[in-house]
Design a binder for this molecule. Structure first.
Ligand SMILES: Cc1cc2nc3c(=O)[nH]c(=O)nc-3n(C[C@H](O)[C@H](O)[C@H](O)COP(=O)(O)OP(=O)(O)OC[C@H]3O[C@@H](n4cnc5c(N)ncnc54)[C@H](O)[C@@H]3O)c2cc1C
Length: 557
């Protein structure tokens, strides 16, 4: 290679590495040609889009980058919408927000105006633009659970650089979960309801309520908020039942702390403990952590902020006191919160000690017992722990959103969070074989739809997206093309959805592709150090060469 070519390559590498941006927990690496832009006005957004058109480049708007798929990436101009955080209370019972406003700030604004949303996702740190990018949802079989389903109007800059106002219900249905592929959303108008309170009660039950054929689904149909954390090693679930009150007269000012702030020492301690337990394959100690998490959802435990606590605001200072369960307060404050000062995934040490990955698959409600039994079957053969949030089970009524994971069907989702290994490129998570088997079987045999903002990139490969979204994709693409005929907002993720490319935005250090679900293993090297790729029941999974675990599902039973 000539000196000139070498220099050009080095320059290109420098430009790309200096513009690289990542998902919040650093697993997704995007390598655009341009640095992140931070527009402050619609005019500036229009200019960015027009410049990209002129240069034959692409554009991608994003919010908090809390999605862990390459849905957040672009090859061209990345656009942070953080300055679009305005809020307007309209006279017709709706409210209009800048797409970059964080959910928690939107809710505080509504509360001050005596309004609220009927239901919402658990994390207040996501933006409204991001929430409708992926269809972020909460849990209820009585009310719409996603922000997407509460949208009544949108404005966006389309692929020609024109500002468009969308309120036609049919058009909105394509845009409700838009994957960031229609344009740069400027603002979002949501249906609001008068502010009201809720009482929520978390209780432990034996996990046979999941499969006795009636209990769990009957409760789900009876409560305004209903969600379950399942701890298979314990043989238990924590059931969270919420009842809405009319108005705000009920006594109580409690809030949830589901996603708490943590201090530097706790973060490092927790991260180091998980790393040690995973390195030594100490699944039994992980089961004890499952038990700890279970108890933390119903009572006060040492080392974790209370799940619900009383909130006082005397005008000059805000204080939080007293563990509460049951808890009563403004409904949204018991459904959603935001770690603010320091989230567990804060990267404030040289080597971040505690980063997480998430899996989340949505199913037709009719599959409820079968999916639970399938998970039990796998865990009987491959014991695995779910220490962080158990298996979190949530519910949604059918959504009109074309690409919503609950599109046209009553839905339940099964989600779990796993601590990432410090050397994620070579070392497998404890329980990886079970996680891989469960995920593959969920999608292949139970018609599961992967959450757009969670899961490894295998679950968004070209063939899989074509089969999961076969009856929706064509309509979605048809609608998308009307807004973006030249593909200005297409990224690698979007091209895979269209079926025109296999490329992914990949962290260049990843080479054992099955460790973070970039692929299903085909050879031993796709798995971790000291692991083989084996086939079980038709599913390829990574398995330790020396497996010391006994096939026990429960330390309690
Ligand atoms: C701690 C935590 C808790 C979570 N809890 C839930 C939950 O309860 N329920 C749930 O369903 N999900 C949950 N998620 C997932 C999360 O809600 C989604 O990934 C959400 O999309 C993230 O929003 P964001 O603002 O970070 O958007 P980003 O991740 O930045 O973007 C997501 C998508 O939206 C598009 N987008 C964002 N803004 C715009 C805009 N202005 N114009 C056009 N496109 C735009 C992006 O292009 C991208 O395609 C959680 C994630 C975390 C980290």
């Amino acid at each position: 290679m000539s000196k000139v070519t070498n220099t050009v390559l080095l320059l290109q590498m420098f430009v790309l590495s200096s513009t690289t941006y990542k998902s919040y927990q650093t697993s997704i690496h995007c390598t655009p040609s341009e640095p992140i832009h931070y527009p402050k006005s619609t005019e500036e957004v229009v200019n960015i889009v027009k410049r990209a058109i002129g240069e034959n480049k692409t554009v991608k708007a994003f919010g908090s980058r809390h999605s862990i798929t390459d849905i957040i990436c672009t090859d061209g101009y990345p656009v942070s919408m953080k300055h679009f955080d305005h809020a307007i209370d309209n006279e017709d019972g709706t409210a209009t927000f800048g797409a970059g406003i964080e959910l928690q700030d939107a809710m505080i604004f509504l509360e001050k105006n005596g309004r609220t949303l009927i239901s919402l996702p658990t994390f207040g740190g996501i933006t409204l633009g991001g929430a409708i990018g992926t269809g972020a949802h909460g849990s209820s079989l009585l009310h719409p659970t996603s922000i997407s389903d509460q949208v009544v109007r949108l404005t966006l800059v389309d692929g020609r650089g024109s500002l468009r106002d969308v309120s036609d219900p049919n058009e909105l249905n394509a845009l409700r979960v838009n994957l960031g592929l229609f344009g740069v959303i400027i603002d979002v108008t949501l249906q609001t309801v008068p502010l009201f309170k809720m009482t929520v009660h978390n209780r432990i039950h034996a996990d046979h309520i999941l499969t006795d054929g009636r209990t769990a689904l009957r409760w789900a149909a009876q409560h305004d908020l209903f969600q379950i954390w399942w701890f298979p090693s314990q043989g238990d679930v924590v059931v969270s039942k919420g009842i809405y009150h009319d108005g705000t007269n009920e006594l109580g000012n409690d809030t949830t702390n589901f996603i708490p702030d943590t201090d530097f020492i706790t973060r490092n301690l927790v991260g180091t403990s998980f790393e040690t337990l995973q390195e030594t394959r100490n699944t039994y100690a992980m089961y004890l952590l499952e038990a700890y998490t279970k108890f933390s959802l119903v009572e006060r435990v040492v080392g974790r902020a209370p799940i619900f606590e009383e909130h006082r605001n005397n005008g000059s200072a805000e204080t939080w006191n007293n563990f509460k369960n049951p808890a009563t307060g403004f409904s949204w404050r018991l459904m959603s919160n935001r770690c603010q000062r320091s989230c567990t995934w804060n990267t404030d040490s040289i080597r971040p000690k505690f980063l997480i990955e998430e899996s989340s698959i949505a199913f037709d409600l009719e599959e409820f017992s079968s999916v639970i039994n399938m998970i039990r079957k796998v865990l009987r053969q491959y014991p695995a722990a779910f220490p962080l949030v158990g298996l979190f089970i949530r519910f949604s009524i059918p959504s009109d959103g074309l690409m919503a994971i609950s599109s046209n069907r009553s839905t339940f989702t099964v989600e779990w969070t796993t601590p990432m290994r410090w050397n994620r490129y070579e070392k497998p998570k404890d329980g990886i074989g079970a996680y891989q088997w469960i995920l593959q079987e969920m999608v292949q045999n139970y018609n599961g739809r992967p959450h757009w903002g969670k899961n490894g990139l295998h679950y968004f490969n070209r063939d899989l997206m074509a089969s999961v979204w076969k009856d929706k994709r064509e309509l979605f693409v048809e609608s998308m093309t009307k807004y973006d005929p030249e593909g200005i907002f297409l990224n690698k993720f979007g091209r895979r959805l269209l079926g025109t490319s296999d490329q992914v935005d990949k962290d260049s250090k990843v080479y054992r592709c099955a460790l973070q679900d970039y692929c299903i293993c085909q050879k031993h090297d796709d798995c971790g150090l000291l692991q083989n790729c084996v086939n079980r029941n038709g599913f390829n999974i990574c398995k330790d060469l020396i497996d010391l675990k006994l096939p026990i599902i429960s330390i309690v039973n």
